[in-house]
Design a protein around this ligand. Structure first.
Ligand code: C5P
Length: 486
């Protein structure tokens, strides 16, 4: 394949690539290669005249953008806000470098103050390069005091984050001591303060730290962590590790989220993932559902303020924040969990529920012998959760189902709307010929049509996150205009 020189890309392309790579946990080079490989033949070099690797990458990124893809980084609730990061002196200080990158990717402005001790672990040069801002280190810096003095630093922050917070910094905060820039700003700020402690487990357990912790909590300071695990000191483990930067990123997003919450006070139950139907103690029937679409819908509804109960079959993806997860295995367990979640205003049934289960589960592992090789597994029908909820006495006012089809998409989906008692059916073509890059089942993208009782709208191919966001917006609109016909 043609060579790619990432530094030759324009800034927008670089940013998009960086966001995509961060989200997928790959290097930018790796991401670039995969993107080009995924480029559909029709949009490939030949039809675009793009012969060089970078041109092809531009085409791929443009394709990504024009199809309405959106990354979680673009929906970050604290985008545009200003964080003042106070870096204390501990080995965990290196995690701040990643934290700054993650926040900046999400369009958060990060100003950093480093204590003297912090500078023993990481340099102001790296912090400054990643934050693209001057790094503040001294209380009595003539230049700073004229320009951005400590009071201004304190005042201009939407949130102050102390990470890693050493026992010493916590002690100063708890007692209102001021002997450096960090402690001065902490006393002067009126912004919310989050503290991410990191220290040796013995220091964390010490009664003095416990006392300081209690004072900080009583002062309304949010303490996040520390986490349990191996310490930097060899052979030591316990509670004292600074939490993962992404936990802080999520927390900051939550704390600074001032977007409207049109679904506040409404409960939504969402099913997601596959079901596992037991054959014997080691075998089960399952399907290729990853849970990505269902989980994204749960997250999008929660982001708009809904109280979300996510009933999920076995999946390996992270639980979205702000949702209550109920883990189930079989279709029957899923139905029980969904009924237990009622009453709810909204039900979105995304799970790929097994239509059948084994008539008689074997309590012992089925052995390979002449009798079993010839004997077919007897199947019986599972309950239809969507249909049960669509006709339930406590039916939610908006019931949404999915129809994953490989043929006759619209016709089958229309029939499902009727038979299942749903208000909306989201029809998606899961056939291999759907044209969706990476495939729908297990992939990150989707191509859907939304069928209501009054019509059908075909949405362009987009990411599952974007489908979720748009669906959540459509739900808000339909509930607010009471346009749901049942
Ligand atoms: O009939 P089909 O499986 O294609 O219907 C798909 C829709 O019905 C999805 O919304 C799915 O979550 C739901 N369903 C269900 N319980 C079943 C089968 C499907 O809730 N047993």
């Amino acid at each position: 394949m043609a060579s790619i020189t990432i530094r030759n890309l324009d800034e927008t392309a670089k940013r998009r690539l960086r966001e995509r790579a961060a989200r997928n946990g790959r290097s930018m080079e790796e991401e670039a290669r995969l993107l080009i490989q995924e480029l559909p033949v029709s949009r490939d070099a030949d039809s675009n005249g793009a012969t060089d690797g970078n041109e092809r990458l531009h085409v791929a990124l443009e394709e990504e953008r024009s199809s309405g893809n959106s990354f979680a980084v673009n929906d970050y609730p604290a985008a545009g806000k200003r964080i003042l990061l106070i870096i204390g002196g501990g080995i965990a200080a290196y995690k701040c470098l990643d934290l700054i990158r993650r926040l900046r990717e999400r369009r958060v402005e990060v100003r950093a103050i480093m204590t003297k001790a912090a500078q023993e672990f990481i340099t102001p040069l790296s912090v400054g390069a990643l934050s693209a801002q001057k790094v503040f280190t001294d209380l009595f810096d003539r230049e700073d005091e004229q320009d951005v003095g400590h009071i201004r630093l304190a005042r201009e922050a939407d949130l102050v984050l102390v990470a890693p917070a050493t026992a010493d910094l916590m002690a100063k905060m708890a007692n209102g001591l001021v002997d450096d820039l960090a402690s001065a700003v902490l006393l002067a700020t009126r912004a919310p303060v989050v503290v991410a402690p990191a220290m040796n487990p013995a220091m964390w357990d010490h009664p003095a730290t416990r006392r300081n912790l209690a004072v900080l909590k009583a002062d309304g300071i949010r303490i996040e962590g520390p986490a349990k695990g191996e310490m930097a000191e060899s052979g030591e483990s316990g509670t004292g590790r600074m939490v993962d930067p992404m936990i802080l990123v999520d927390l900051i997003g939550d704390l600074l989220d001032d977007r409207p919450k049109p679904l506040a006070g409404k409960r939504a139950v969402v099913t997601s993932g596959p079901t596992h139907e037991t054959i014997d103690p080691v075998r089960y029937i399952a399907n290729r559902s990853s849970g990505k679409q269902g989980h994204a819908i749960a997250a999008a509804l929660a982001a708009l303020g809904a109280e979300v109960i996510l009933v999920s079959g076995p999946v390996t993806i992270p639980v979205p924040r702000d949702v209550a997860l109920v883990e189930v295995e079989s279709a029957r367990e899923m139905l029980r969990a969904v009924e237990a979640a009622l009453p709810a205003e909204i039900a979105v049934m995304v799970a790929a529920v097994a239509d059948f289960r084994i008539a008689r589960e074997s309590s012992q592992k089925i052995k390979k012998n002449k009798r079993t090789t010839r004997q077919p597994l007897e199947l019986i029908e599972n309950p239809d959760i969507l249909k049960t909820i669509g006709h339930h006495k406590r039916r939610p006012s908006l019931v949404v189902g999915f129809a994953a089809e490989t043929e006759n998409l619209v016709k089958n989906a229309q029939a499902k709307l009727e038979s299942k008692g749903a208000d909306w059916i989201i029809a998606n073509d899961v056939s291999l010929s759907s044209g969706v890059r990476g495939g729908v089942m297990g992939g990150d993208r989707n191509s859907i049509s939304l069928l209501t009782r009054t019509g059908i709208s075909k949405w362009p191919e987009m990411s599952k996150l974007e489908v979720a966001r748009r669906l959540a917006e459509a739900i808000v609109e339909s509930l607010s205009t009471s346009r749901v016909e049942v």
